[in-house]
Design a protein around this ligand. Structure first.
Ligand code: WT7
Length: 661
């Protein structure tokens, strides 16, 4: 197989897809222009949305890093996603195709197709319910703990319609994680479901929510959506079944969309950081929607004839931006799938592509590596030739995984990129932009910063790193879609993102630029690990561990995994009176899953009597990690703060000895 990375795209995919294949230099020249006048540049993009009130100032920079975009402007995200289309021929276009997990005789048991008008109706009814029955007002917060069912985007849009801030918690998080987030967000109402289908079994969500509700006194009402039909306990005066209350709302109830300010919060989404509790990223309306509009066009080249599928769960930011708000704002037809991508058979995902004729496919390296392991015959069982554009997200994509999907689904001809961004950025910031200008592909690269965004790879002092040398990824200029703040912790917002390299946004990622100027994000430079693309703070896993009665101290590090990219391994010092053993190892793994959620599955628990520490009693994480991975200590690239080479070496061999013994 010979593959050329500079394909003549214009010939191959026209009229759909690439508008122009350009050289790196031509892209850089164009990009420079957009960056030099980024305020005007973004203002022109924002003009393509529909504003109830025009802005007075494109960017308020009076209180950095608390930048505010399109100040004075007013709009509504639910209006942009629904009302705007309902006024056009798109009214009867399918907005969402939903497929439930259960299958029978090789067919999905439940498929729902919702047009823009259907969605508009449902969102209006729910907004009416929120307003009339729960008395929710602009600025209030609702919590959402729902699986991938159509009601999830519906309640998000209903909240947005009223200017009510929503905070979605991924349905794979535990009761503790849910309670912590709801407390921080001050949610008044929680919307959850009875259960969800996951790999043929029902996961009882309501019981988890009940556990969480014991640990929060802020939520006074709970709305329960029926999905799995399992038994639920309803607490009198607090819990209500969605079906019961929504049935009382007339089918044609409407609620005017609130004219909210551009810089008002749309949602809070929690994400893990280096230390401390998960941080609530607060996203605005105007900037966020502007970035989504731009990226849907430039990166996904979205068109009215497309069926678009982003496989992410809405519980994560990818789902917020690229399952809900982005595609709906563009009037696209999107797929939403409830369950596991390889259930009941490894070809579930490719069968979905075939069933609906997916044209644009957005997925993750972890998913691709899982499919690779199952063998390509599963892909070949289905016709996936409708796909004309693909992207990956969540973690670096290894060239093998990239090549595999490029060959089997991409027919070695479609644009296929790896879009870099994070919960904080709101939308994609580094990517190939096949809908605008396309530079040749390279397997595994992220491509270039999108127009208007100035990203750099710098050394410890903030100076541009030499090409081919690893450095820190930073964003120099404010961009629409950036967080307003960390909820209830503006100081932390400054400290975590804007103090390491004064004035610039620090991503927490390592990256490198190659000789052609392409960006390659290598992975996290901090104590965050990406497990199957999910972001976990090792600190959170450690605090879960030390809550167990047997554990005195714990250090969690990530080790490479063939499918998941990285998995956590714990080093544990036991309290007096506890004996290491298989039983306890199992118990601790279960314990952490219970505390944080099934996303946090420790691959292994290693019992040790001592952990290497620096003089100020900080755990030498890189040493622990090197031992866990079996790397020689010489490869511990950055020395631990305050520790000498000798100390690091000694710590390394001590820990290694202990594991052998
Ligand atoms: C971290 C952010 C926002 C998308 C979902 C993840 C890593 C994300 C890529 C990519 C290399 C990537 C980074 C980043 N990451 N996309 N295409 N190539 N790394 O959002 O959970 O906030 O995680 O994911 O390390 O910092 P998130």
């Amino acid at each position: 197989m010979s593959v050329s990375w500079s394909l003549p795209f214009e010939e191959k995919i026209s009229p759909h897809g690439i508008q122009k294949l350009v050289s790196e230099d031509a892209y850089k020249e164009f990009h420079n222009k957009t960056v030099n006048s980024y305020r005007n540049f973004w203002a022109n993009v924002a003009l393509e949305l529909e504003w109830f009130k025009p802005w007075e100032k494109v960017l308020d920079e009076t209180n950095p890093p608390f930048y505010r975009w399109f100040v004075g402007g007013e709009l509504n995200a639910s209006y942009l996603c629904l009302d705007r289309h309902v006024k056009t021929w798109r009214k009867n276009k399918i907005a969402l195709i939903w497929e439930g997990e259960p299958m029978k005789d090789g067919k999905p048991v439940e498929v729902k197709r919702l047009t823009y008008y259907d969605l508009y109706r449902e969102v209006n009814r729910v907004a009416y319910l929120f307003k009339k029955r729960y008395n929710l007002k602009r600025g209030d917060t609702v919590g959402i703990y729902l699986p991938m069912i159509p009601e999830l985007p519906i309640v998000m849009l209903a909240a947005a319609r009223l200017g009510v801030v929503f905070s979605v918690v991924f349905s794979g998080f535990s009761a503790d994680a849910l309670a912590e987030r709801m407390n921080d967000a001050d949610a008044k109402l929680l919307i959850t479901a009875d259960g969800v289908w996951r790999r043929g079994k029902i996961l009882d969500l309501k019981s988890i929510a009940d556990e969480a509700l014991k640990k929060t006194n802020k939520i006074s009402k709970v709305l329960v959506i029926r999905r799995a039909g399992n038994q639920v306990n309803l607490q009198q005066g607090r819990d209500e079944l969605f079906d019961d209350v929504i049935n009382e709302i007339p089918y044609n109830a409407t609620v005017e969309p609130e004219s909210v300010r551009s810089e008002d919060p749309l949602y809070i989404l929690y994400t893990s950081g280096t230390t401390g509790k998960p941080k609530g990223q607060v996203h605005d309306v105007g900037g966020y929607m502007t970035l989504l509009h731009a990226t849907m066009k430039w990166i996904f080249d979205i068109r009215d004839t497309d069926v678009y599928w982003c496989t992410a769960d809405i519980g994560w930011v990818t789902g917020h931006s690229y399952v809900v708000f982005g595609p709906l704002m563009e009037g696209a037809t999107g797929i939403m799938y409830e369950g596991a991508l390889d259930f009941p058979q490894p070809d579930r995902w490719s069968s979905i592509i075939e069933r609906y004729g997916v044209n644009i496919f957005y997925t993750s390296p972890t998913a691709i590596r899982g499919w690779m392991k199952n063998g390509e015959e599963w892909v070949k069982k289905h016709d996936t030739s409708t796909v004309r554009l693909m992207h990956s997200v969540g973690e670096p994509i290894n060239p093998e995984a990239w090549r595999w999907l490029f060959r089997l689904v991409g027919r070695e001809s479609v644009p296929f990129g790896s879009t870099w961004w994070m919960t904080e950025t709101g939308g994609i910031l580094i990517s190939h932009t096949p809908g605008l200008l396309m530079v040749p592909m390279k397997p595994g690269t992220n491509g270039f910063p999108i127009p208007g965004v100035k990203a750099e790879v710098v050394d410890e002092n903030g100076n541009a790193q030499k090409e081919g040398q690893r450095g820190y990824l930073i964003i120099r200029n404010p961009w629409p879609g950036m967080p307003l703040t960390i909820h209830k912790d503006p100081q932390k917002f400054v400290q975590v993102y804007f103090s390491k390299f004064s004035g610039a946004f620090y991503t927490g990622d390592y990256a490198v630029r190659d000789k052609d100027g392409y960006f390659w994000v290598l992975g996290r430079a901090d104590e965050v690990i990406k497990v199957a693309g999910h972001r976990l703070g090792t600190y959170e896993l450690e605090s879960a561990l030390i809550q167990h009665r047997a554990v005195a101290e714990a250090a969690v590090v990530g080790v490479p995994d063939e499918v998941k990219g990285e998995v956590p391994v714990a080093f544990v010092i036991l309290r007096q009176g506890f004996k290491p053993g298989e039983e306890l190892r199992k118990e601790l793994r279960e314990w952490v899953r219970g505390k944080v959620g099934p996303v946090a599955s420790l691959k292994d628990v290693l019992f040790v009597s001592k952990l290497p520490k620096t003089r100020s009693a900080k755990i030498m994480r890189r040493v622990v990690q090197a031992v866990a991975v079996g790397k020689p200590v010489g490869d511990v690239t950055t020395l631990e703060d305050e520790a000498s080479v000798e100390e690091v070496k000694r710590a390394y061999s001590q820990l290694q000895e202990e594991l052998k013994g």
